[in-house]
Design a protein around this ligand. Structure first.
Ligand SMILES: Nc1ncnc2c1ncn2[C@@H]1O[C@H](COP(=O)(O)OP(=O)(O)OP(=O)(O)O)[C@@H](O)[C@H]1O
Length: 659
C-alpha cells in the first residue's frame, strides 16, 4: 500500500524549468524511502543505477587513457576488500569502459550480477538477462585488479562466442584474452591460460588440470617440483604445466556444471594397448542376443543399470561351456555378458552415441546434446558398442588420474557462478561449493506467454500434434524452435515436417559445425528450427524484422527432462529481456520421464486421459513435478556417492607419495 502510494506521488515531469532545491531534496528523500522499502537486491540495483547516472558526466569527460587510469587506481582495493562503496565505483567505471568499447551500457542489474560474481557468490539471472556481458564486466574488473580469471562455459561454441563478444572491452582495458577449446594444441593452451582472462570449457579445464598433476608428479609440492626441475627427479624434470594456477573462476551455467555433470567423475585415461579378447566381444553379443528381459536379466531404467539374474548367470555358463579363453573365469564371463546386454539394451545409436563420418563411436553428452570428442566408456563397454556397430575397435584405456567437479572447483581461491536456474539448488551450492545464491532482479518484466500443455496418448500422436502446431504457427509467420531430447527424435520430426512440405533446419550433435548459422536464422519470420539440448543453454536467438508483432519466438517442448531446470532453459530461449515470446509443452504419456519416474501420479494421469477427462492440465503438472522430484532425488544420491568415493580415493592415495 505504502509503495503504491509513493509510486503515484505526483512529482510533475520537469520540462524546461531547472529543478528547485526543494524539488531535488524531495526527489532524494523519495528515492531513499523507496530504496529502504525495496528488498535488498532491488535496493542494491537501485543504488547502482543511481551511481551510474551520477558518475556518468565525469566519467564521460575522461579520455580513454584517463578512464583506464582511474579504473586501475580503484580496482585493486575494490576486488581485494570487497567493500560495497569502492566496489560500486569500480563497477560503474568498468561500465563506462564497456559502453565505449561495446556500444552497450550495462544495466544496473548486470552491474549487481557482476558485483555478486566478484564477491564469490552465485548469481541467479533469468535467461536472456545478459550474463555474457555480466561475466565480461566481472572478469574485466578482476583482471584489471591483477587476478587471473577463468571464465568457464559448458561448450566450445559458448567459450568462443562469449570471448569474442567481450573482446573489445578487454582490449580497451589493456587485458589479454585466450580461448581453450577442444583441439587447441598444448603450446596454444599454455598461451591462452597465461592471458589475463581465459575462456574455457569445464571439461578442457579439468583435463588440463589432471594432465598437469600427472606431469608434475601427483601430489608433489611446489618445492619438490622446483627441486626436480633443478636436479631431475626419478623421471627427469616434469613438463611445464599448462595452467598457471586456479585463481578466480566465473562458471557460467553453473547448475549444469556443478549439479548435472557432477554425477560422473572426470577420468584421465591412457591407452592400455591392444583390446584383450577382441573376438570375445563379438561372441558375447551373439551369446546374449536371445536372453530375455526379467528372466535372464533385469533393467533398472531409472538408474540405467542392468544385472544378470541367477537364470542368466546359469544360461551364460551353459552357453560358454568349453569355449575357453575369457569364458572360463566366472567373473570375467559375467562381466562380458553384462556389458554385451548393456550395449544392446541401454545404449542406442543416435540417442546415447552416434557414428561419425570416420566410422567412430562418439558419445553424446546427455545434458548439452553435443558430442564428447575423444571420450570413451570404461571397462570394455565402448569396445562392446563398437562390436555391436561393426566398426573398428579402439584400444582399451586405464585410469591415470581422476577428480570430480565438486573437488576441482573448490580449489579456486575465489569461485563464482551464474545461472538462469539456480534457486532450487541453492542448498547444494552452499554445502558443496560454499557458494551463496543471490537472485538478480530482471531488467524488464517477462512478457512470455505460456500456453497450456497438451498431452497425447503416445509418441506417434505427439509428433503429429507437434507437426500440426508448428504448421499453424508457421502459417502465421511466427518463428518456431522445437526442442527434442535426442538426435534420433530431432531427425524423425525433421522427416515428418519435410513430408508436410515445411522447410526447417535441424540442429543436433551431427550438425554442430553449422550451429552459429542455424541460430542466426532461427528468429527470422517463418523460420522452423528443430534442435536437441544443444540449443537449450546460452543460445541467444535474435528476433527478425516484424517478429515482435507476431508474438516473438515460439518454443515447443516435446518431452519433459528429468531436471526442470533444463526445461526452463529451453523455454528461456523466448521472451528474453521483456521481448514477447510463447512457450508450449506437447508431451506423451509414454515419454521417458513419466514412464520411468511417474509413479502413481502418472498412472492417475493415464487413467484420466483414457477416460476422456476434459482437462488434465493439473494432473499433468502434478505428475511432472512428482517425476522430476523423484529423478532429482535419485541424482542427488548419485552425486553424493560420487563425491564420497572421490574423497575416499584421494585419502587412499594421500600416502603414496610423488610418482
Ligand atoms: N546492457 C545491454 N544492452 C543491450 N543489449 C544487451 C545488454 N546486455 C545484453 N544484451 C543483449 O541481450 C541478449 C541476451 O544476452 P545473453 O545471451 O548474454 O543472455 P544470457 O543471460 O546469457 O542468456 P542465457 O541464460 O540464455 O544464456 C544479447 O543479444 C545481448 O547482446
Amino acid at each position: 500500500m505504502t509503495s503504491l502510494h509513493l509510486a503515484r506521488t505526483p512529482f510533475p515531469e520537469r520540462e524546461d524549468r531547472p529543478p528547485s532545491a526543494a524539488d531535488a531534496w524531495a526527489l532524494r528523500l523519495l528515492s531513499r524511502v523507496r530504496r529502504r522499502l525495496a528488498p535488498p537486491a532491488a535496493r542494491e540495483v537501485a543504488r547502482l543505477g543511481e551511481l551510474l547516472k551520477q558518475r556518468q558526466p565525469e566519467l564521460k569527460a575522461l579520455d580513454d587513457a584517463g578512464l583506464l587510469a582511474h579504473l586501475r587506481a580503484i580496482a585493486r582495493p575494490a576486488v581485494r576488500e570487497l567493500q560495497a562503496g569502492p566496489l560500486r565505483e569500480a563497477l560503474v567505471a568498468t561500465a563506462e569502459l564497456a559502453r565505449r568499447a561495446l556500444g552497450m551500457t550495462p544495466y544496473p542489474t548486470q552491474l549487481f550480477g557482476a558485483m555478486t560474481l566478484i564477491r564469490g557468490q552465485l548469481a541467479e539471472m533469468q535467461t536472456g538477462e545478459g550474463k555474457t556481458l555480466t561475466a565480461g564486466i566481472a572478469a574485466c574488473l578482476a583482471a584489471v585488479a591483477g587476478l587471473p580469471v577463468h571464465v568457464v562455459t559448458c561448450n566450445d561454441y559458448l567459450a568462443g562466442r562469449d570471448a569474442e563478444k567481450n573482446r573489445a572491452l578487454f582490449r580497451a582495458a589493456g587485458l589479454s584474452v585466450g580461448v581453450v577449446a577442444h583441439g587447441v594444441e598444448r603450446d596454444e593452451r599454455i598461451r591462452a591460460y597465461a592471458c589475463d582472462i581465459a575462456y574455457c570449457t569445464n571439461k578442457e579445464l579439468v583435463f588440463d588440470y589432471l594432465r598437469d598433476r600427472v606431469a608434475l608428479g601427483g601430489r608433489a609440492s611446489a618445492a619438490q617440483v622446483r627441486s626436480r626441475r633443478l636436479v631431475g627427479g626419478p623421471q627427469g624434470a616434469p613438463a611445464e604445466p599448462v595452467l598457471r594456477g586456479l585463481h578466480f573462476a566465473i562458471v557460467d551455467e553453473a547448475d549444469s556444471i556443478f549439479i548435472d555433470e557432477a554425477r560422473t567423475p572426470l577420468i584421465l585415461a591412457v591407452q592400455a594397448g591392444d583390446i584383450p579378447h577382441a573376438e570375445a566381444h563379438v561372441q558375447a553379443l551373439s551369446l546374449v542376443a536371445g536372453f530375455e528381459r526379467d528372466l535372464h536379466f533385469r533393467i533398472d531404467e531409472a538408474r540405467r543399470e542392468l544385472h544378470l539374474t541367477d537364470a542368466g548367470v546359469k544360461a551364460l555358463a551353459e552357453a560358454t561351456a568349453g569355449l575357453g579363453g575369457p569364458w572360463t573365469a566366472a567373473h570375467q564371463r559375467g562381466h562380458l555378458g553384462t556389458q554385451a546386454l548393456r550395449a544392446l539394451h541401454l545404449f542406442q545409436r543416435d540417442e546415447q552415441y552416434l557414428i561419425d563420418a570416420e566410422g567412430k563411436v562418439q558419445i553424446i553428452d546427455e545434458y548439452t546434446g553435443r558430442v564428447l570428442p575423444g571420450r570413451t566408456w570404461e571397462q570394455g563397454l565402448h569396445q562392446m558398442i563398437e562390436a555391436k556397430e561393426g566398426v573398428e575397435f579402439s584400444p582399451q584405456t586405464t585410469t591415470q588420474a581422476r577428480i570430480t567437479y565438486q573437488r576441482f572447483f573448490c580449489r579456486y581461491l575465489r569461485l563464482s557462478g551464474m545461472s538462469g536456474t539456480a534457486r532450487e539448488m541453492a542448498a547444494e551450492f552452499a554445502a558443496v561449493f560454499g557458494l551463496a545464491t543471490v537472485t538478480i532482479p530482471t531488467h524488464r518484466p517477462s512478457a512470455r506467454v505460456s500456453l497450456p500443455p497438451r498431452l497425447c496418448r503416445d509418441e506417434a500422436a505427439k509428433w503429429a500434434a507437434v507437426a500440426d502446431f508448428v504448421a499453424e504457427r508457421h502459417r502465421a509467420g511466427q518463428p518456431v524452435l522445437v526442442g527434442t531430447r535426442s538426435v534420433l527424435s530431432s531427425e524423425r520430426l525433421g522427416a515428418l515436417l519435410q513430408a508436410r512440405g515445411l522447410a526447417h533446419r535441424v540442429l543436433n550433435a551431427r550438425q554442430d559445425a553449422e550451429e552459429a548459422a542455424i541460430v542466426g536464422e532461427a528468429g527470422r519470420r517463418g523460420a522452423i528450427t528443430v534442435a536437441t539440448n544443444m540449443a537449450g543453454r546460452g543460445t541467444d536467438i535474435s528476433l527478425g524484422e516484424g517478429v515482435h508483432e507476431l508474438g516473438g519466438l515460439c518454443v515447443v517442448l516435446t518431452e519433459y527432462h528429468e531436471s526442470p531446470r533444463i526445461d526452463r532453459q529451453l523455454v528461456g530461449r523466448s521472451g528474453r529481456q521483456g521481448d514477447p515470446g510463447t512457450a508450449i509443452a506437447i508431451v506423451a504419456l509414454d515419454d521417458e520421464l513419466l514412464r520411468q519416474h511417474g509413479g502413481h501420479e502418472a498412472r492417475l494421469l493415464a487413467w484420466a486421459h483414457a477416460a476422456g477427462a476434459p482437462s488434465v492440465g493439473r494432473l499433468l503438472q502434478r505428475a511432472r513435478v512428482a517425476a522430476q522430484n523423484r529423478a532429482e532425488r535419485m541424482h542427488e544420491r548419485t552425486r553424493r556417492e560420487t563425491m564420497r568415493q572421490d574423497h575416499q580415493l584421494d585419502r587412499m592415495t594421500a600416502f603414496s607419495g610423488p610418482q
